[in-house]
Structures are given as structure tokens and as C-alpha cells.
Design a protein around this ligand. Structure first.
Ligand code: MN
Length: 744
């Protein structure tokens, strides 16, 4: 047999072992998929080598094996086997989907990096990849398990790559992956990753600490052994069983503790630690009692994470006590369920449950809700930078738990103030806050919240009450910061727009373009705005003035779009406008269009109401001549028109509603209602519309996280006064906060 054959047989045997494992964990499941995935991956990766010189396929096999050992389900293991085929071979997402179905394809896609596009910087690229990963995780949390296991195998085999790459990979792991492992409660993977990072980032420090630890190892082990036997005997005397062991040491966490407390190794408390695992919560507290009877507790070193779990679901009781000879040691007490959750975190929730069928823990999704929260927040951010900032902040800070007067718990980053708390409740509460009572006492706004504090926010009803810029310096949570920034962005909109406009003008001049050239084409501007999640040119000026986007970036991107499009069409453009003006002079009879709109001096001209502002008869209107589609008619207060009017006066044309336009045809109008969810809102809205005999063509309702209800409706309106009346009536409904007509 050749060396290749030997390797191949070894691979086959390992895949069969994986299948056996999966079958044992999920008896009914179709494990043949794993074999098929192996065949596909083996074929696709054939010829590729790892840095170690081994065939690439050993990496996906190792990833699949680790997933199987964590008792993940068959689809997850299959996706692990395939996790690099889209990134590193000619296989596409569609191929995987056709071969293995949508669920596995999505998991693989979640583990696949984006192809590097165009002129993005490395940082932008990394942020985009993180954003993509977050989206995938929010959709299916198994993606994070695959990503972490993938990274763990790469870190375990890091000795084969060059030093530069070792440092880069280890730093990235420490920056992104270990915090993620922490947040998803996957302590086992986190510790191993951290120790590997420590080893590659600080080889001397690692070696010296390892040497120090091994010096007195047998002495320490003897001591722990005697403690364990004392505690075990006492527990058994109480009539129940417990599993006891010495807690494994992790070099990185010891080092962090030494650095943080500026203490040498022999003064670190939980260097000596025992772990007690029992069957139920009641026994946890009995064990605590037994240990506190045997040994004197160290003050302030007791933490009950069973009563108040960490946000990553970690549950245990921690206490530090003085053992014989005056040596302090730490005890961790937990149930078996808590132990599994502590080691595996989110991964524990896909594990086989008794009863023989695969089921997912519904609560897991809820407990990891912060992922969705972070994801929701980044949708509102205009730039990649903001995303990275929030991402890093939320991952790296520890948290405090604070209570509302009703006893609800909010988790906030350590160092948070009452302002953070107010914004965590609702932005309406934040914007209107004037003070806070903490545990019944008035405290300043920059008071540093402590775990266990009960906080009551005092708000003002005065319409003049508004956030102060100083608050930005006091808040710690990205949620509060985002909401405050949003507020200032909107509040100082006028000034921002002025500043942004100047910056744009200067940049245009610098790059040698006129405003008309880059902002004159509706199609170009629209596609640019859409791509950047903006509604209007004024929005763009606002964020430029506010500092969220540089004028240079905006002009460069617009320029690209302009150059791409304008190669062909300049000539046609001017022809059309000239002809229209000629026609204008020639004709004097005015005729209304089918929509009841008259273009001054022109008839039979193609006219259509603009879809951004949906004008209805009675609205003040103005026309804009487009090249291909005639005249588009906007409301005069439409923000798109305000910008166009200033810069393209030659394209603007007077229009008005024909007499009797209201009887011609109804026009669509979109209305948005913001309300407190009373449970009866949709019925109330429907009743009003019915009473007024208005035709409704679409209604859409959704609830925000804080139980506010947002209802979008499209109604067919023949007259502005009917629309005004409808808005008034809707505004008077109990629970309605705001009713507005939308402009896109
Ligand atoms: Mn990989």
C-alpha cells in the first residue's frame, strides 16, 4: 500500500467513527449524509495541502469530528465537513444546496468568508465578514459552533505556519473568537483558544508561567486531594452523592488575574480550586452550607450565579474559603445540567435529549437574544466603522445586572450609568430623563451602577427636556450611544446639512465635477442612496456634516456610477429637453392626464405621480422632467424635490391639479402609525377606514422589541382633505403616539 492509501484508509475510518457517534446521539437520523459530504469534500479539496504537508481533507474531517463529539446534530456535522468547499474550491452555494438542501447550504455559507471586493480596505473587509457572520448566527446559532471549532483546529495546528501568520491569527482569535466563545458560553473552547493564543503571542511568558506552575504541582495536588476527601465525606454523611474534582488550570486566565491584581502566582486565589457537581439545585445550596461549616468563607468572595445567571447562561455558586493551614481555595458548585451548559454553552442546546428525538431548546434563542439585539442595532448604523465599534465594545466589556422597580433585570456593560439604564428601557425614557433614584436615593447621572442596584428613572414631561451632549461621555453601552447619536444627528440636522453641503461642494470642485453632473440623474442618485441606506440627498448631507461619511467617499462612489452610465446617453438627454420646450411653445391648450394633472403649457405629455411622495389631489405639486418617462410629479415639500429644485431648475416644470381631479382616480397614499400595542389597534384602524369609506390596499403591522406597534397602511385617496381627516382620526385613537404620511 502507498502512503496515500494508508492516509485514505485512516480518513475513511475516522469518518465512519464520526457517523457512529452521530448515530449513537441521534438514533433516527440519516448519517449517510456525512459520508456523502466526505466524498464531495475529498474530491473537491483533492490536491490541496495544509501547511503541515498533509492533504487538506484532514481539516474538515477534524472539524466534523469535534462537532460530533460535542453531540451536535447530523446537519451540523455535515456542514462542518463541507465548511471550506465554497470558500476554497469551485463548488458554489447553489451546488451545496442542490446536493444537501437549504439548511446545510446556509450553515456552510455562514462559515464562508466574502470574496474580496474592489477597493475595500482590510478593515472594511474584516468588518463586512463579521457582519455577514453575525447575520448568519442570528439566523442559525449553529454557525458560531462551526466557526469556533474550525478556528480551534486551525489554532491547534498553528505550529506549521510562519511566525508572522501565527501572530496575526492568534491576535485575531483573541480579538474576535474568544470573546464570541465567551458570549456563547462555550468555556471549554474559549480556554483552549486563549491558552493557544497566549503561547503564540507571548512564548516567553507562557513558558515561564508553565514552569512556575509545575514547580509546586505535586504539593498543590496533594492539598486539593485532601480537601476533596474531607468535603466528599461530609456530603456523604448528609446522605447524597456528589462528583468532586480539582478544577483544571488555564494558563491564560491565571496570567490575566496576576496582571489585573498585580500579584505573584502564589497569591492568586483560585489557583487552588475544587468543583462539586450534584443532581439538583437544592443539593447545590446544601453543599454550600457544608463547605461554609467546614471552612471560613472569605468575605466578598461569594457569588450566586444560580440565582442570577450570567448573560451567557453560566450558572454555578462560587465561594472562596480558608482551608487548613490558612490556604484559601475556591469552590464551584453546580448541577450536571449547569456543568454541561458551562462547558459547551450554546452547543449544549443541540444535544440529544432523552426521548430519542432531536429537539432544540426554545429558551436558548431567548437567552442569546443579545446577538439579535446587536444585529438590530447595526442595521441603523450608516457606516462599517460604527459597526466595528459597537461590536468590539459589546464583546469586551463585562456586565452588571440592574433591576427595574418591577424587578425586571437589565444587563449592562460594567461602568454603565443611569443614562444607559434609561436608554435600555426605551429611547423615549432616555431622551426625557432628568434624574435617577438608585435603591431609593437620588444619584447623579454619572453614578456607576452596581450589580443588584434597583434603579428608577425620573423623567420630565416638559417638551423642552432633551439629552445633553455630555451624556455621550457618560454612557457605556453601545445601545445608549447609538440612540443618543441618532438623536443628535436628527436634532442638529439643519446645521449638519449646511456643513455637509459645503463639504460636498468643495469635494466636487476638487474632483472636477458639477453638482448637476453627479446629483442630476435621479437613477444614479437613487441607486447610490439606496445602497447607503439613505432616504434623500439631505440625509446624505446630514451624515456628511455629522461625520459619519466623508464627502470624498460620497463623491467618488457617485462619480463611478456617473462615469459608468454616461458613456452613452448624454446626447439623447439634451435632445429630449429641447424638444419638450419647443412643444411647450407650440401648444397652448392644456389637457389633464389620467391622474388629473395638468402640465402647464403642454398637453398629451407623459405624466406620472412620483412614488417617493405619492401626491394626492390637493397637495401642492411640482413636475420634474425625466428623460425616458416624461414628467414625474412630486409634492412640493418632498425632500427629493427640494434638492432637485435648487440644482436643476431647468428640469423643473409647473404642474397643477385639474379641476375635478379628485373625481378622476384615487391616488395611493402611505401612512405610518406608531402606537403602544393595546392589542386592539388594528381593529380600531380598520373601523375608522371603514367608517370613512376609504379603500385600503395594504396594511402591515409589526411590533418593536419594547412593545411598540408600527402600522404601515396604503389607502386610496381622492382628495387631500380626506387624507388629513383620516390622519386626524387615527391620531385620536387611544394608544396612538404619532401618525405620519411617508416620503421615501
Ligand atoms: Mn476551515
Amino acid at each position: 500500500m502507498t502512503e496515500q492509501d494508508v492516509q485514505y484508509e485512516k480518513n475513511e475510518a475516522e469518518v465512519k467513527r464520526i457517523m457512529e457517534l452521530a448515530k449513537a446521539n441521534y438514533p433516527g437520523a440519516n448519517v449517510d449524509k456525512i459520508w456523502r459530504a466526505f466524498m464531495v469534500a475529498e474530491t473537491m479539496h483533492r490536491g490541496q495541502l495544509r501547511q503541515s504537508g498533509e492533504p487538506f481533507i484532514i481539516h474538515p474531517i477534524a472539524v466534523a469530528a469535534m462537532l460530533a463529539e460535542m453531540e451536535m446534530d447530523v446537519n451540523c456535522i455535515t456542514a462542518g465537513m463541507l465548511h471550506d468547499v465554497v470558500e476554497d474550491t469551485s463548488m458554489t452555494y447553489d451546488d451545496v444546496q442542490a446536493e444537501f438542501g437549504a439548511e446545510i447550504a446556509k450553515l456552510v455559507d455562514g462559515a464562508t468568508k466574502l470574496k474580496r471586493i474592489g477597493d475595500t480596505t482590510k478593515e472594511e473587509q474584516q468588518a463586512e465578514n463579521l457582519r455577514k457572520m453575525f447575520l448568519a448566527i442570528a439566523e442559525d446559532m449553529r454557525v458560531i459552533v462551526i466557526k469556533l471549532v474550525d478556528r480551534l483546529h486551525n489554532m491547534r495546528t498553528l505550529q506549521y505556519v510562519n511566525t508572522d501568520k501565527q501572530i496575526k491569527k492568534a491576535q485575531e482569535t483573541l480579538d474576535v473568537y474568544t470573546p464570541l466563545a465567551h458570549r456563547f458560553g462555550m468555556a471549554k473552547i474559549k480556554w483552549e483558544l486563549e491558552d493557544l493564543c497566549f503561547k503564540y503571542l507571548d512564548p516567553e511568558g507562557y513558558a515561564s508561567l508553565a514552569a512556575q506552575l509545575s514547580q509546586k504541582r505535586s504539593e498543590r495536588e496533594e492539598y486539593i486531594k485532601s480537601i476533596i476527601s474531607t468535603v466528599k465525606t461530609a456530603i456523604e454523611a448528609e446522605g447524597f452523592e456528589a462528583h468532586l474534582d480539582g478544577r483544571p488550570k488555564h494558563l491564560f486566565s491565571i496570567k490575566k488575574k496576576m496582571d489585573r491584581q498585580h500579584k505573584p502566582l502564589d497569591q492568586i486565589y483560585d489557583l487552588l480550586a475544587i468543583r462539586v457537581i450534584v443532581d439538583n439545585v437544592a443539593q447545590c445550596y446544601r453543599v454550600l452550607g457544608i463547605i461554609h461549616q467546614l471552612y471560613t468563607p472569605v468575605p466578598h468572595r461569594f457569588k450566586d450565579y444560580i440565582a442570577t445567571p450570567k448573560p451567557n447562561m453560566y450558572q454555578s455558586i462560587h465561594t472562596t474559603v480558608i482551608g487548613h493551614g490558612g490556604v484559601a481555595f475556591e469552590a464551584q458548585i453546580r448541577t450536571w445540567d449547569m456543568h454541561n451548559a458551562a462547558e459547551l454553552g450554546i452547543a449544549a442546546h443541540w444535544r440529544y435529549k432523552e426521548g430519542g428525538k432531536e429537539e432544540r431548546d426554545e429558551n436558548a434563542e431567548k437567552k442569546f437574544e443579545w446577538v439579535r439585539k446587536l444585529f438590530d442595532m447595526q442595521k441603523d448604523m450608516d457606516t462599517t466603522d460604527g459597526f466595528m465599534e459597537a461590536f468590539k465594545m459589546d464583546l469586551f466589556t463585562d456586565e452588571v445586572f440592574v433591576f427595574t422597580p418591577k424587578g425586571d433585570v437589565k444587563s449592562l456593560p460594567a461602568g454603565s450609568t443611569p443614562i444607559d439604564f434609561a436608554y435600555a428601557i426605551h429611547s423615549g425614557v432616555g431622551h426625557k430623563m432628568i434624574g435617577a433614584r438608585v435603591n431609593g436615593e437620588l444619584k447623579p447621572l454619572d453614578y456607576c451602577l452596581q450589580t443588584g442596584d434597583m434603579v428608577q428613572i425620573l423623567t420630565s414631561n416638559s417638551p423642552n427636556r432633551a439629552p445633553s451632549r455630555d451624556w455621550l461621555k457618560m454612557v457605556k453601552s453601545s445601545e445608549a450611544r447609538t440612540k443618543l447619536r441618532q438623536w443628535f444627528k436628527n436634532e442638529c440636522r439643519e446645521e449638519n446639512i449646511e456643513v455637509g453641503r459645503d463639504m460636498l461642494d468643495r469635494e466636487l470642485k476638487r474632483q472636477g465635477y458639477t453638482y448637476q453632473q453627479l446629483f442630476g440623474d435621479e437613477e444614479i442618485v437613487e441607486s447610490f442612496l439606496k445602497r447607503n441606506n439613505l432616504r434623500s440627498i439631505e440625509d446624505l448631507m446630514n451624515i456628511i456634516g455629522f461625520g459619519d461619511m466623508t464627502a470624498q467617499k460620497a463623491v467618488s462612489r457617485l462619480k463611478d456610477l456617473y462615469l459608468k452610465k454616461h458613456a452613452e446617453s448624454d446626447a439623447k438627454d439634451s435632445d429630449f429637453i429641447n424638444k419638450l420646450i419647443d412643444d411647450k411653445a407650440a401648444k397652448s391648450i392644456e389637457k389633464a392626464s389620467a391622474d388629473g394633472i395638468i402640465v402647464k403649457g403642454v398637453d398629451n405629455c407623459l405624466v406620472h405621480p412620483a412614488r417617493c411622495c405619492n401626491p394626492v389631489p390637493g397637495d401642492a405639486i411640482i413636475g420634474y422632467t425625466t428623460r425616458a418617462r416624461g414628467v414625474s410629479v412630486h409634492r412640493r415639500d418632498c425632500p427629493n424635490v427640494i434638492a432637485m429644485n435648487r440644482n436643476e431648475a431647468n428640469r423643473m416644470i409647473d404642474v397643477r391639479w385639474a379641476r375635478g381631479a379628485s373625481s378622476v382616480a384615487p391616488h395611493p397614499a402611505e401612512v405610518v402609525i406608531e402606537a403602544i400595542d393595546t392589542g386592539r389597534m388594528l381593529i380600531a384602524v380598520a373601523n375608522i377606514i371603514n367608517e370613512m369609506s376609504i379603500r385600503m390596499t395594504s396594511i402591515n403591522s409589526k411590533n418593536t422589541r419594547d412593545n411598540y406597534q408600527i402600522i404601515h397602511l396604503v389607502v386610496q385617496i381622492t382628495d387631500r382633505s380626506a387624507l388629513d381627516k383620516l390622519i386626524d382620526k387615527l391620531g385620536a385613537v387611544d394608544g396612538v403616539i404619532n401618525v405620519t404620511r411617508t416620503v421615501k
